[in-house]
Design a protein around this ligand. Structure first.
Ligand code: 13P
Ligand code: SF4
Length: 364
């Protein structure tokens, strides 16, 4: 019996596919002089008004963009709440500072709105690691399974899915599906899938992809760091490897991590997620001490070193250019959009019905 079938018949998690290969760019952060920075900020504020546009930014983007979103009535949040905010806001143009799947989700939910991004090359390793053709073939081989995909996927992959989930909603959705007696095909993040399977006991078949940022957090080095900071609480995003998750005091989405720093009584925190989030954590809890979780051992090197190369492609210069020129517009083929909206809407309705708390801006 092939390994995959054997694993399936025992109802256990398996990941048997070869991982996709793709190019990972270096992480390059925009550096601006004070005069240019000031001029760009003023120009963007005026353009947002002129274009009837609102800025929605992810926690991992440059603090400059997060600050501007806050100041201009926009929103800074996790991927679930970015989708919800863009959907509910009356602006006719949504400017999404984040990575491509976030812009696509905004467009799928709001086909009548214009969606612009600072850089259309801002990808995500999970999206790149799950091409639609190969994914469709995988789904076709397992017609008995409910297809659950992470938000970090292309519109075409979402169009093949029954449910979309985010890190902040995956546990609730999978528990719900398990209670209905469903077997799950999960894509693309094997680490998040493994964590959800462990927590829920659901029967899950996993696609083989990972986040190149979170995958680099190292269990052994984290244990050494914890030994040097015995009072520190460890906060981990569930895209991290099992050896890192196993040491966590809290595992959750970006919003959940901010909330944990704010509400837990500890003074020191070791944070295993993209360091872009430190800006919002410091705003929410200025008296707490934050320590970056280690990404490289003695003999290892890191590729992202704790900051997503694609998130870093968002900067003030590119944001101003997109608004000024109406460039970098997201388009989703209408037929794909009509199918992809189903799993996304299912999640938004489910979250509203479950009263899943959706955090954003400073209320996380
Ligand atoms: P969140 O949904 O927790 O914001 O995560 C999105 C993401 O890309 C994490 O790497
Ligand atoms: Fe994708 Fe990882 Fe970057 Fe998030 S941090 S956008 S999961 S590559």
């Amino acid at each position: 019996m092939p390994a995959e079938r054997q694993a399936e018949s025992q109802g256990i998690v398996t990941a048997t596919l070869p991982a996709q290969t793709f190019h990972v760019p270096p992480t390059v952060v925009e550096v601006l002089g004070e005069d240019e920075r000031h001029a760009l900020r003023e120009e963007i504020k005026a353009l947002l008004v002129r274009e009837n546009a609102v800025l929605v930014a992810h926690y991992y983007t440059d603090p400059e963009l997060q600050a501007l979103a806050d100041e201009t009535g926009g929103h800074v949040s996790d991927s679930l709440d970015m989708a919800r905010f863009g959907h509910e806001h009356p602006a006719s143009t949504l400017v999404v500072a984040g990575v491509r799947f976030m812009g696509e989700t905004a467009k799928i939910l709001n086909p009548e709105k214009r969606v612009l991004m600072p850089d259309l090359k801002a990808e995500c390793s999970l999206d790149l690691g799950c091409p639609a053709d190969a994914f469709t073939a995988f789904c076709d081989q397992h017609p008995d399974r409910t297809v659950v995909v992470y938000a970090n996927t292309s519109a075409a992959v979402k169009a093949r899915a029954d449910w979309m989930v985010t890190s902040g909603s995956a546990l609730d959705v999978v528990r719900h599906l398990k209670a209905e007696g469903r077997k799950i095909l999960w894509a693309p993040d094997k680490y998040l899938g493994h964590y959800i399977q462990e927590q829920t006991g659901a029967d899950m078949l996993l696609w083989n992809a990972a986040c190149i940022v979170h995958e680099e957090f190292k269990g052994r080095e984290l244990a050494e760091l914890r030994a040097r900071h015995p009072e520190a609480k460890v906060l981990v995003h569930p895209e991290s490897p099992p050896s890192v998750i196993a040491q966590a005091d809290f595992v959750g989405s970006t919003s959940g991590i901010i909330k944990a720093v704010k509400t837990l009584s500890a003074r020191e925190f070791i944070v295993a997620t993209d360091k872009g989030i430190f800006y919002k954590i410091r705003q929410a809890a200025p008296d707490k001490v934050l320590i970056e979780a280690p990404t490289a051992g003695d003999s290892a090197t890191c590729r992202s070193c704790g900051h997503c190369p694609w998130m870093a492609m968002n900067g003030l210069r590119k944001l101003a250019a997109a608004l000024r020129e109406g460039s970098n517009e997201i388009h989703v083929a209408p037929e794909i959009g009509r199918r992809a909206v189903v799993p996304i809407t299912r999640l938004l309705d489910f979250s509203a019905g479950q009263h899943t708390v959706i955090y954003g801006n400073n209320d996380a």
